[in-house]
Design a binder for this molecule. Structure first.
Ligand code: NAD
Ligand code: TYD
Length: 370
């Protein structure tokens, strides 16, 4: 385990320790989850979170409800499911409230963390309807289930993209007005509004986290970092949108997991927490870093037609998470990206598997037009 990973685990352990005092989940007291419904746990962040939490809290039970879209892959949790009695998988659609309610009753769920989503901006530009269904109607369905089961604690995993875009200066704070620009971010903003409305109107103990771009193991290679690694290993062109000057704040997924754990246990209901990586990088610099680590030439870079409505810059002020949750990102980008590249290169079977079949058709359609 690297120093960063050890530090992240210790931080998660300290969250568990702080949260292990007797509690009822009442406002202002730590919440100690016994059985969490994690939705979308077969995707990138959800699967990392499940693995993280089972190690960080030795008594918690987790039910993973996922309908297994193209982005959901039980291979992401192959090492967890083998003989872990504290983990259960249920193939379930979050839009089906009755199914979710039944799962909550059956397993004695005391909290819900909603990772389930359609999550890729480019796909939302091709067609928004699945995004409205899962991200908006699905979130509403889960909120209704949480109410029906006795006002369960509810953590919505949100995104900084709801704030829109920044110029060269400034940071998103939790009071930055929502101004989403893509169908994806519009659907996530609608979901956030529903979540906070259920807190205000029905007293549901809701918490929203809004994080910056994640990277790390098990990310579906439609997203920039694994897409570039996957193309570079095959000496295929690396498609950089526009001139590559757009900026993202990169958050290692393990740091995101410790933040979500902290927000669930010690976050204040009704609160939004911004979660960022303190690692702003231009896309072109990220791509060049990947090529350098992989020993591949910059000539693989291909500038392609820009994404419509492409947000220029995202950057997070995570002061509230630091002050109220005691959370800080632990992973330096240069360390995290090297570990991430090494992970993909040592899991090429996983890459080959998830990029076979329909993914190829997706790439042909998406990139042929650029
Ligand atoms: P992902 O696309 O890798 O995984 C999404 C998961 O949700 C998949 O397992 C999929 O099968 C499941 N799912 C989709 N529709 C469902 C439905 N109707 N019912 C049940 N399950 C369903 O996404 P991710 O990157 O892991 O993102 C997780 C969450 O974090 C999302 O809410 C996303 O908006 C948010 N987020 C992600 C990032 C990022 O950089 N990846 C950044 C900010 C916020
Ligand atoms: P992405 O990983 O899709 O995340 P998001 O759009 O949610 O930030 O894209 C990250 C950045 O990389 C974004 O500015 C778009 C850019 N990008 C490319 O330049 N080429 C690509 O092939 C992809 C998928 C993204």
């Amino acid at each position: 385990m690297s120093d960063q990973r050890r530090a992240a685990s210790e931080r998660a352990g300290s969250v568990s320790a702080r949260a292990s005092e007797p509690t009822t989940g009442v406002v202002g007291t730590p919440f100690k989850p016994k059985c969490i419904l994690v939705t979308g746990g077969a995707g990138f962040i959800g699967s990392n979170f499940i693995r993280h939490l089972l190690a960080a809290d030795r008594s918690v039970r987790i039910v993973n409800a996922d309908c297994l879209t193209y982005a959901g892959n039980l291979e992401n949790l192959a090492d967890v499911t083998a003989d872990e009695p504290r983990y259960t998988f249920a193939k379930a659609d979050i839009c089906e409230t009755a199914t979710i309610v039944a799962l909550c009753h059956e397993h004695g769920i005391d909290s819900i963390i909603n990772f389930a989503a359609e999550s890729h901006v480019d796909r939302s530009i091709e067609g928004a309807a699945p995004f409205i269904r899962t991200n908006v109607q699905g979130t509403l369905s889960l909120l209704e289930a949480a109410r029906a089961c006795g006002n369960l604690r509810f953590l919505q995993v949100g995104t900084d993209e709801v704030y829109g875009t920044l110029g060269d200066e400034g940071l998103f704070t939790e009071s930055t007005p929502l101004d989403p620009h893509s169908p994806y971010s519009a659907s996530k903003a609608a979901a956030d509004h529903l979540v906070s409305a259920f807190g205000t109107t029905y007293g549901l103990p809701v918490i929203i986290t809004r994080c910056s771009n994640n990277y790390g193991p098990f990310q579906f290679p439609e997203k920039m970092i694994p897409l570039m690694i996957n193309n570079a290993r095959q000496n295929k062109p690396l498609p950089v949108y526009g001139d590559g000057s757009n900026i993202r704040d990169w958050l290692h997924v393990e740091d995101h997991c410790t933040a979500i754990h902290a927000a669930l246990c010690i976050g204040r209901p009704g609160r939004v927490y911004n979660i960022g990586g303190n690692s702003e990088r231009k896309n072109i610099d990220v791509v060049k870093t990947i090529l350098k680590f992989m020993g591949k030439p910059d000539s693989l870079i291909t500038y392609v037609k820009d994404r419509p409505g492409h947000d220029f810059r995202y950057a997070i002020d995570a002061t509230r998470a630091r002050d109220e949750l005691g959370w800080l990102p632990m992973t330096k980008f240069e360390t995290g990206i090297e570990q991430t590249i090494n992970w993909y290169l040592s899991h090429q079977n996983w890459l080959d598997h998830v990029t076979s079949g329909t993914y190829r058709e997706y790439c042909e359609q998406m990139y042929a037009k650029r």
